[in-house]
Design a protein around this ligand. Sequence first.
Ligand code: SF4
Ligand code: SF4
Length: 291
Amino acid sequence: MKKKKNLVAKLRLGIQVFFLVLIASISLNHSLSAYGISIPFVGSASLHAVCPFGGVVSLYQLATVGSLVKKVHEASLVLMGIAFFLVILVGPAFCGWVCPLGTVEELIGKIGRRMFKKKYNTFIPASMDKYLRYLRYGVLVWVVYVTATTMQLVFADYDPYYALFNFWTGEVPLTAMVILALTLIGSLFIERPFCKYGCPYGALLGLFNKVRIFTIRRNASTCIDCKACDRACPMNIQVSTAGAVRDHQCITCLKCTSEAACPVSETVELMAGTFTVKTLEGVSREKEGAK
Ligand code: SF4
Ligand code: SF4
């Protein structure tokens, strides 16, 4: 059963597009400044200022060596602080609602879904996929170790996020361009391939799914086992067999919930204990019922 786009989905798309435009503007402004042109409101911002992962590695280096990593702006520490407050509360919402690379992967995925219909996002055999999902933890350990020992943001040489917003500058290393190309092409077949297999920041945030306060919960007593939630999940999580979703890959996109994919109301919800987060649609439905 296909539901019409709910208010939460529209709000999420709006936030995603806002950050995509913001980061693209900051990056473009950086290039235009060489010609004395400045985009209003983003004039003094740096692309590194909006990289929370720079904040993570820099914080590690600050604790071990006593200085920030070169090129990392103090603002990225602030952004990292906000991302960590959010992740403890609701999990990796940064990945599902803010990250512009994730947004671009998701937008290309919409084309892939049209091309391959139900086969989309099922091309990697589950037996192989479950091991590939841990690759990003290897990347995380490598990035933190090499960055802390060299005091350089080495991941920039491999980072598709950096490549996406700088490919026209001639400053992006070939390795990063190749990884960006693989990510964009891969998104036609697999939903969010870089998020699933390669992103060190997503790996770090994903660990908080084990302890986050608000989790996605399924009410087994009202579930009709239609598996619509499983089909909707971009990260291929089996919501239909979970009580609470504690999978390290959840990005809090809320696509599986009763406001989106699940056809039974109050069956898949964002909850902390017995407290349920009332989404905009849920609140407006309640108001209509009370009239
Ligand atoms: S489990 Fe639900 S909230 Fe988490 S990634 Fe899947 S669809 Fe999104
Ligand atoms: S939780 Fe909802 S969408 Fe998932 S299997 Fe049960 S009824 Fe279907």
